[in-house]
Design a protein around this ligand. Structure first.
Ligand code: 3PG
Length: 308
């Protein structure tokens, strides 16, 4: 069995070493393709492998077509919008993610970005505190729940909206106030932390109308995906509302324009870095390797995200 670790953005060495240990202990071969700059390198590397471990690497229909022996792809992380599920499913290739394994890193970054913006990007002068402010959690999954918990630790009043969790008890047991609609969440909260996946339904769903509803001085924190933001709508609302702020670790396509036009009210980290901690790398990497071994040895498919 041949397993490919294909990471354009490599894991910390301790994490990739961990993958090697698990894969080789199972008697499989590991090949590693890191920091590749051209799709052709990936197409070549997948040619004879049975399994692939990836991060945000794009597994397109073309990649799947080139991977003649492929049986399983594990996205070491949460979001699997980078995998062409239809193409994988058509070939009965199992696609899995490793939910929850890197959530803490993303949640810590979301809180860090809030404080960074509240303190005027750490430039001299008077900023504000997040204590006592209203925090809205947009989607109450693994990351959203942690951001809620940490926000409460900072003395924030925490609200949440998730269309897939309608049982109020889920929020209330965490001391979080559920709201009935996404509009209500954005209207109420001084900070909204975005944790929705990028799907056909959510792409560009955070738009001008929604953002216009935010209270004076509000900040949107996006550690989810750039695709969920309607960038034109964001630019329009930032132009009209000189009190609003936008911070992200996934630069918008028009980030350069946003930075130029809106200066201190917008910020994007130089590279996507929510899951860039040693701990998150290790958790997600080892989970991915273990899931592959369990799939081949026991048929275990608990984290499969495509079904047929
Ligand atoms: C995820 O979906 O798990 C995060 O966005 C992390 O992505 P990354 O592995 O590309 O950093």
């Amino acid at each position: 069995m041949k397993v490919l670790l294909a990471t354009e953005k490599p894991f910390a060495k301790v994490a990739s070493d961990g993958i090697r240990e698990i894969v080789e202990k199972a008697g499989y071969e590991l090949v590693v393709l890191e920091k590749y700059t051209d799709k052709s390198e990936l197409l070549k590397a997948v040619a004879d492998v049975d399994a692939i471990i990836i991060r945000s690497d794009k597994i397109t229909a073309e990649v799947i077509e080139a991977a003649k022996n492929l049986k399983i792809v594990v996205r070491a992380g949460a979001g699997y919008d980078n995998v062409d599920l239809a193409a994988a499913t058509a070939r009965k290739i199992v696609v899995m993610n490793t939910p929850g394994q890197n959530s803490n890193a993303v949640a810590e970054l979301a809180i860090g970005l809030m404080i960074f913006m509240a303190r005027n990007k750490f430039t001299p002068g008077t900023g504000t505190e997040i204590h006592g402010k209203r925090l809205g959690i947009h989607a109450y999954g693994n990351v959203g729940k942690l951001v809620a918990r940490y926000g409460k630790g900072f003395g924030m009043e925490v609200y949440a909206y998730d269309p897939f969790i309608t049982d109020k008890a889920v929020y209330e047991k965490d001391g979080v106030i559920p709201v009935g609609s996404v509009e209500e969440l954005y209207s109420k909260c001084d900070y909204v932390s975005v944790h929705i996946p990028a799907t056909e339904q959510t792409k560009k769903s955070i738009n001008y109308d929604l953002l216009s509803k935010m209270p004076k001085g509000a900040t949107i924190v996006n550690t989810a995906r750039k695709e969920v933001i309607d960038e034109e709508g964001l630019a329009k609302v930032l132009a009209e509302r000189t009190d609003l702020k936008y911070v992200t670790d996934i630069a918008a396509d028009m980030q350069v324009v946003l930075n130029e036009k809106f200066g201190n009210r917008v910020f994007a980290t130089p590279k996507k870095m929510g899951a860039e901690t040693q701990e998150a790398n290790v958790n997600a990497a080892l989970a991915a390797a273990n899931q592959i071994v369990a799939f081949f040895t026991k048929g275990e498919n608990r984290f499969q995200v495509n079904k047929w």
